[in-house]
Design a protein around this ligand. Sequence first.
Ligand code: ADP
Ligand code: MG
Length: 587
Amino acid sequence: MGKIHILPDTLISQIAAGEVVERPASVVKELLENSVDAGADQCSVEVEQGGMKLIAVRDNGSGMSKEDANMAFARHATSKISNLEDLSCIRSFGFRGEALSAIASVAIVTMRTRTLESNSGWEIHYKGGKLDAENSAASPQGTEISVRNLFFNTPARKKFLKSETTELGHIISVVSHFALSHPHVGFELKHNGKTLIQVPKSSGKKERLAAIAGKDFLDFALEVEFQTPSIHIHGFVGASGASLSSKRHQYLFVNGRDVSDPMVSRAVFDAYGSRLPARSYPLFLLHIDVDPKEVDVNVHPRKLAVKFLDAQRIFRDISQAVSQALAQFQENIFSVPRAMSYEQTGRARAMPPTSATATQKSLQEAISFSQEFMKSAKRPEGLHSTTDDLPPILGQIANSYIVIHDEEGLAIVDQHAAHERILYEKFSGRAADAPQQSQPLLVPLQLDCSPQEALFLKEAISHLQSMGFEFDEWSGGTFVMRSCPAYLHKENIGKIFRDFLADMNEGEKTSRPSKPGATPNILPEKNLKSLACKAAIKFGMPLSNSEQENLIRDLRKTANNSTCPHGRPTKLLLTFDELEKRFYRRK
Ligand code: ADP
Ligand code: MG
């Protein structure tokens, strides 16, 4: 007997499912695509345990007849295309007829559906790719699909799932993208019974943007509207001052499909030209609507990318569309001054301080000012002398290095690297002076978080508190920072924190507390490093004598102080030995 045989159908589906269903969020994406394809204008998503226990998507779309409902779970069963010509001109999300069969092969699935014409609904149960039961059942018009115990029969895949928070984060992102690309459809997302996203149908584009990406994006958004006979580019780009240090808030929809396309990002980036600060990314939400014949959507198993027939033309059109939007703003620069301050204030919005904190702060400032003054009055010109055993500091050069007359020679300290290490040790709670002192902000900061950011912030809040941050949580994803660690510079705290949240948002970030009962230390190392980097004194920043002294004093007290948290050295030493050799005083 030969060795080659055809695989059983269920196994084929399970293998194929690997391509389509990577994680709970992929299920949510496929089900919402089907709902929108079915013409629904109201979709609700309910998940439990980050979607690992339950994902239920309900829509008020066309629904299915009994025959169609039975057919829908077969492999390659679709109502959306029938021939090769249709494939080159796809107007729906779906076209492969794979999603339902793939999902049903790796989970326990129930579907209940009813069309407008039919007066009773139909219910079907699948378990691990096998039909379990079917019966008529009462149902409103539309379709509800519940997916339980995803990957229950493929343990190897289940192992790849991350924490509940991470999986939920991906789901929030999927629903957010749908809400942005389909402003006329109402969406709702609930997790463990709590509503995380709720947007009414037929929202205005701007209203939708504010609800999902945050009101601040809207404050700095310039409208893009560009139309030729072959393309319609519309949406928003952030004014050049409103850039971010990550690619968060870059939304691209090609014919309503959420895709990422480096070519498009590049075109947008180019349009900003020199207006964009180094290492920063523009905010944008762009819809590119073209004739479906101009774009191949069949290039990625999870349909996350597309290919344009005439990529060069699209590139030019996007650059032009964005340049035009930015040019309007240039003419307007004096009437829209807010955009310029975005970079400095971050998502922060000033709120009236309480009089108690204001008085306390000015008192503290007065005390520290007089202390500084007394110290500098005693200080001889040119050299800082200090009361403790600090080595003489010769000064700062290039606004970046602090030069010290060390016991062993001439030491040069990289101010950014040094401060990064100091902050990192403090943040991770290992510094000797833990617990951290916190200081009220003169002007509390209001942070309007996206649902995903709010989730991460909530998870991290106990660790942030142990670091010295204090937050009040308001409704609707708004947090107010009342205090921050005393040793942090307050001026940029809004921007620092906004960038930090953006980082938390990217990739797989949260891990669980190490031991049950242990203080949750849910901020992973890399987020602490990134916070330290963002909050640290910058390279190129002039420092007063006392600031230089404080930095060196702190560095000397800090553990692991020879390198920054990324492993670069904090200090270079030119020893007296070395000097003698270099000057040929000694061989
Ligand atoms: P595709 O979307 O690629 O056609 P799917 O496996 O996702 O494949 O769905 C198979 C078919 O089931 C669809 O073509 C559609 O006719 C039907 N269907 C799936 N979900 C829904 C829904 N929510 N409402 C109405 N019809 C649906
Ligand atoms: Mg589909």
